[in-house]
Design a protein around this ligand. Structure first.
Ligand SMILES: *[C@@H]1O[C@H](CO)[C@@H](O)[C@H](O)[C@H]1NC(C)=O
Ligand SMILES: *[C@@H]1O[C@H](CO)[C@@H](O)[C@H](O)[C@H]1NC(C)=O
Ligand SMILES: *[C@@H]1O[C@H](CO)[C@@H](O)[C@H](O)[C@H]1NC(C)=O
Ligand SMILES: *[C@@H]1O[C@H](CO)[C@@H](O)[C@H](O)[C@H]1NC(C)=O
Ligand SMILES: *[C@@H]1O[C@H](CO)[C@@H](O)[C@H](O)[C@H]1NC(C)=O
Ligand SMILES: *[C@@H]1O[C@H](CO)[C@@H](O)[C@H](O)[C@H]1NC(C)=O
Ligand SMILES: *[C@@H]1O[C@H](CO)[C@@H](O)[C@H](O)[C@H]1NC(C)=O
Ligand SMILES: *[C@@H]1O[C@H](CO)[C@@H](O)[C@H](O)[C@H]1NC(C)=O
Ligand SMILES: *[C@@H]1O[C@H](CO)[C@@H](O)[C@H](O)[C@H]1NC(C)=O
Ligand SMILES: *[C@@H]1O[C@H](CO)[C@@H](O)[C@H](O)[C@H]1NC(C)=O
Ligand SMILES: *[C@@H]1O[C@H](CO)[C@@H](O)[C@H](O)[C@H]1NC(C)=O
Ligand SMILES: *[C@@H]1O[C@H](CO)[C@@H](O)[C@H](O)[C@H]1NC(C)=O
Length: 606
C-alpha cells in the first residue's frame, strides 16, 4: 500500500542500524529540542518493552544523533510487539504515524484522538484487536487511514463521517461487522474505500455511493446483502469474490470518476444498466459470472468510451453483439463467452483494431466470420468455440502472425482448413466438432477435400507441394524467356532487354486514378484470375493495360499459383511489355496486385 499523497524527508544520517529504517527526523532541523515531545517519545519507547530488533535502543535521552521535531514517526517493518503506548497522545504535533507491519497487539488507544494534527495513520499488518475507537472521528486532518490486516472487531464508527479530509480508507481483512455507516457519504474527498474480507452486513446505502471522488471501492467477501446498488471496484487484483446479491440498479450514483468496476462472481440479476456509459473514465468493466439478462446496451459502447477491457461472460445475455462495439477503439480484451447471444458478428467488430483477446465461445453466433475482421491483425487469442458458424474459415486468419490460439471447435464450419500460420499447429487451433471441414495439415486428420467442383479443384491446386508449384513456375519462366528471345529475334523489337522493366513506383492510388477508380468503362476484359483494365497514367500520359488479380480472401499460396498462371500467359502473342508489377494494399487494406502492360490498341489482352 503506497501512501501516495504523503511526502517525507529522510536524512541519511538519521537511519538506524541493520537495515531498519528509523526515520525520526524533521522536515526542518530545529536547534531547540522540544522537551515535551522528547519525553513523550521516551515514554513511547518505555511502553514498548519487547523490542527484539533493538530499534529503539539508540533512542535515548541524549538524542544526540537526531533531533526530534515531532512531525513524523515511521517505525514500519520492524518487530515491535507490544501495545501502542497511550503516551502517543502527547505527540500532538505528529502528522505522520506509520507503524505498519510490526507485531503490535492490544487495542488502538482512544487518546490517539489527541494527535489532532495527524494526516497519515497506518497501523496495517499488525495484530491489533478490539474496536476502532469512535474518537478517531476527531482526527479532522486525516487524509490516509489504513487498518487492514489486523484482528479488529466491532463496527466501522459512524464518527468517521467527520473526517472531511479523508481520501483513503482501507480496513480490509479484519473482523469488522455491522453495516457501513451512511455518514461515510459525507466524505466528499474519499477516493479509496476498501473494506473487503470482513463480516460486514446490511445494504450499502445510496449515500455512500454519492461520492463523486471515489475511484476504488472494494467491499468484496463480506456478508452484504439486499437489493440495493452495490459495487466492487478493483485495483487490487488479489481481493476475491464477494457474495453480493441483488440487482444493479440504474441509479448508479455519482461515481463518475470510476476507473474500474468489477462485479464479477456475484448474483446480480436483471439487465446491464445503460447508465454505465456515464463512467467516462471507466477502462475496465468486469460483470462476468452473474445472472444478468436482457441485451447488451449499445450505450456502454459509445464513441466516448475509454474502455480497454470488457468482460460480460458467463451471464444470460441475449440478442446480438451491438454494432456499436466498433466504437471501442481502445478495446484490447472482449469476452462475451457463455451467454445466449446470437446473430451474426457485426462487421464493425473489425474496427476494434486494438483487440488482443476476443472470447465469444458458448453462444449461438452463426454464419460467417466477417471479412472485416481481417483488420484485427494484433489478435493473439480468438475463441469462437461452441457457436453455430456454418461458412468457410476465412483465409486471412492464416496471415495473422500474432495469433496464438484460435479455437474453432464445436461449430459447423465447412470447406478447406487453411494450412499456414496458426493452422500449422493443431494444439493451438482446436477444430473438433466441425464435421464438414476438409484438408489442412495431416495432424488435423481431416478428410481430403473432394475435387469435383471448381472450388475444390482450386483447393487441390493449393495442396500441391511448393516444390511442384515452383517447378511449374520455373518451367513457365524458362518458356517465357525462350519465347521472348525468340520473338525478339523475329520482330526485332528494340529496347526490351529484360522481361520485367520496373518503372518508377506505380502505386495503387495511381492505378486507381488511371482507370477512373477501376470503372467498368475502362474494363476491357475479365479472366478467371483477374480483370483487365485500360488506363492512362497521369504523370507521363502513357496508355497502359493492367491485369488486376482477384486476391480478396486468398492467402499467399493462392497468389503464388495465380502468379504462375500469369507468367504462362505472357506467351500470348499480343502481350508486349510488362511495365511494372504493382503489389500493394488497397484502401480497405486488402492485398492488391496488378501487372501493368504497355497497351496495344489492336490486341486483346486475353
Ligand atoms: C514543545 O511542545 C509543546 C506541546 O506540543 C509546546 O507547548 C511547546 O511550545 C513546544 N516547545 C518548543 C520549544 O517548540
Ligand atoms: C544514549 O545512546 C547513545 C548512543 O547509542 C549512547 O552512547 C548513550 O550512552 C545512551 N545514553 C543513555 C543515557 O542511555
Ligand atoms: C515497509 O515495507 C514496505 C514493503 O517493503 C514498504 O512499501 C514501506 O514503505 C515500508 N515502510 C516503512 C515505514 O519503511
Ligand atoms: C514486513 O516487513 C518485512 C521485513 O521486516 C518485509 O519483508 C515484508 O515485506 C513486510 N511486509 C509488508 C506487507 O510490508
Ligand atoms: C462526529 O460525528 C458524530 C456523528 O456521526 C457527532 O455526533 C460527533 O459530535 C462528531 N465528533 C466530532 C469530534 O466532530
Ligand atoms: C449527494 O451529494 C451531493 C453533493 O455532492 C449532495 O448535495 C446530495 O445531498 C447527496 N445525496 C445523497 C443522497 O446523499
Ligand atoms: C474481478 O474480480 C474477480 C474476483 O475477484 C477476479 O477473478 C477478476 O480477475 C477481476 N477482474 C479483473 C478484470 O481484474
Ligand atoms: C449526482 O450529482 C448531481 C449533482 O452533481 C445530483 O444532482 C444528483 O442527484 C446526483 N445523483 C445521485 C444518484 O445522487
Ligand atoms: C431478467 O431477470 C429478471 C429477474 O430474474 C426478470 O424479472 C426479468 O423478466 C428478466 N428479463 C428478461 C428480459 O429476461
Ligand atoms: C445452426 O444453424 C443451422 C442453419 O445453419 C440451423 O438449422 C440450426 O438450428 C442452428 N442451431 C442452433 C443451435 O442455433
Ligand atoms: C476450445 O474450446 C473448447 C470448448 O469451449 C474448450 O473445451 C477447449 O479447452 C478450448 N481449447 C483451447 C486451446 O482454448
Ligand atoms: C503448438 O502450440 C502449443 C501451444 O499452443 C505449443 O506448446 C507447441 O510448442 C506448438 N507446437 C509447435 C510445433 O509449434
Amino acid at each position: 500500500m503506497e501512501p501516495r499523497s504523503i511526502s517525507f524527508v529522510e536524512f541519511p544520517s538519521c537511519h538506524s542500524l541493520v537495515g531498519i529504517v528509523l526515520v525520526l527526523c524533521f522536515a526542518h532541523v530545529s536547534s531547540t529540542t522540544n522537551e515535551t515531545d522528547k519525553l513523550s517519545l521516551l515514554a513511547f519507547k518505555a511502553g514498548i518493552t519487547e523490542n527484539p530488533l533493538s530499534v529503539l535502543s539508540l533512542w535515548n535521552n541524549s538524542m544526540g544523533f537526531c533531533q526530534w521535531y515531532g512531525r513524523e514517526l515511521q517505525l514500519g517493518n520492524n518487530s515491535l510487539n507490544h501495545e501502542i503506548p497511550p503516551q502517543i497522545s502527547q505527540l500532538s504535533r505528529l502528522q505522520i504515524l506509520w507503524l505498519e507491519n510490526n507485531s503490535l497487539v492490544g487495542e488502538i488507544p482512544k487518546n490517539i484522538a489527541a494527535c489532532f494534527n495527524l494526516v497519515s495513520l497506518t497501523l496495517a499488518f499488525n495484530q491489533l484487536f478490539g474496536k476502532i475507537p469512535t474518537q478517531v472521528g476527531s482526527l479532522s486532518n486525516l487524509q490516509l487511514f489504513y487498518l487492514h490486516v489486523n484482528n479488529l472487531i466491532g463496527s466501522v464508527p459512524s464518527s468517521l463521517g467527520n473526517l472531511s479530509s479523508l481520501e483513503r480508507l482501507v480496513f480490509s481483512l479484519n473482523n469488522l461487522g455491522g453495516s457501513i455507516p451512511p455518514t461515510l457519504g459525507h466524505l466528499s474527498k474519499l477516493q479509496l474505500f476498501m473494506v473487503a474480507q470482513n463480516k460486514l452486513s446490511g445494504p450499502i446505502l445510496t449515500e455512500v455511493l454519492n461520492l463523486s471522488s471515489l475511484s476504488d471501492f472494494d467491499v468484496g467477501v463480506n456478508h452484504i446483502q439486499g437489493s440495493l446498488p452495490a459495487y466492487i471496484c478493483f485495483t487490487l487484483p488479489n481481493l476475491h469474490v464477494n457474495y453480493l446479491g441483488g440487482t444493479i440498479l440504474s441509479s448508479l450514483g455519482n461515481l463518475t470518476k470510476l476507473a474500474a468496476l468489477n462485479l464479477s462472481g456475484n448474483n446480480f440479476q436483471d439487465q446491464i444498466p445503460s447508465e454505465l456509459s456515464n463512467y467516462f473514465f471507466l477502462n475496465k468493466l468486469d460483470l462476468s459470472r452473474n445472472n444478468l439478462n436482457g441485451t447488451i446496451p449499445p450505450q456502454i459502447m459509445s464513441k466516448s468510451s475509454q474502455i480497454i477491457l470488457m468482460d460480460l461472460s458467463h451471464n444470460r445475455l441475449i440478442g446480438a453483439l451491438p454494432m456499436e462495439v466498433g466504437n471501442l477503439r481502445f478495446l484490447t480484451a472482449l469476452s462475451i463467452s457463455k451467454n445466449m447471444l446470437g446473430g451474426e458478428i457485426p462487421n464493425s467488430l473489425g474496427d476494434c483494431v486494438a483487440l488482443v483477446s476476443l472470447m465469444m465461445g458458448g453462444n449461438s453466433f452463426h454464419r460467417s466470420i466477417p471479412q472485416s475482421m481481417r483488420s484485427l491483425r494484433g489478435i493473439e487469442e480468438l475463441d469462437l468455440s461452441h457457436n453455430n458458424f456454418s461458412r468457410e474459415i476465412p483465409q486471412f486468419l492464416e496471415t495473422f502472425r500474432s495469433l496464438k490460439v484460435l479455437n474453432l471447435s464445436y461449430n459447423n464450419f465447412k470447406g478447406m482448413l487453411p494450412c499456414e500460420g496458426v493452422f500449422e499447429n493443431a494444439t493451438s487451433t482446436p477444430i473438433i466438432g466441425n464435421a464438414k471441414l476438409c484438408g489442412g495439415l495431416l495432424e488435423f486428420q481431416l478428410p481430403k477435400c473432394i475435387s469435383s467442383n471448381s472450388k475444390s479443384r482450386k483447393v487441390n491446386v493449393l495442396r500441391l507441394s511448393t516444390v511442384v508449384i515452383c517447378g511449374l513456375l520455373g518451367i513457365a519462366f524458362v518458356l517465357a524467356i525462350l519465347y521472348l528471345s525468340w520473338r525478339k529475334r523475329q520482330v526485332q523489337e528494340p529496347a526490351f532487354s529484360s522481361m520485367v522493366v520496373l518503372c518508377p513506383n506505380i502505386s495503387y492510388g495511381m492505378l486507381l486514378k488511371a482507370t477512373n477508380g477501376f470503372s467498368s468503362t475502362n474494363m476491357v476484359g475479365v479472366g478467371s484470375f483477374g480483370s483487365v483494365y485500360k488506363g492512362i497514367l497521369e504523370d507521363n500520359r502513357t496508355t497502359v493495360a493492367m491485369k488486376v488479380l482477384h486476391l480478396v480472401g486468398r492467402g499467399a499460396l493462392k497468389s503464388f499459383v495465380v502468379g504462375c498462371e500469369v507468367l504462362k500467359n505472357i506467351r500470348h502473342r499480343n502481350l508486349l511489355k510488362i511495365l511494372t508489377v504493382c503489389s500493394s494494399v488497397d484502401y480497405e487494406r486488402n492485398d492488391f496486385k496488378a501487372i501493368v502492360y504497355d497497351f496495344m490498341d489492336n490486341g486483346s489482352l486475353e
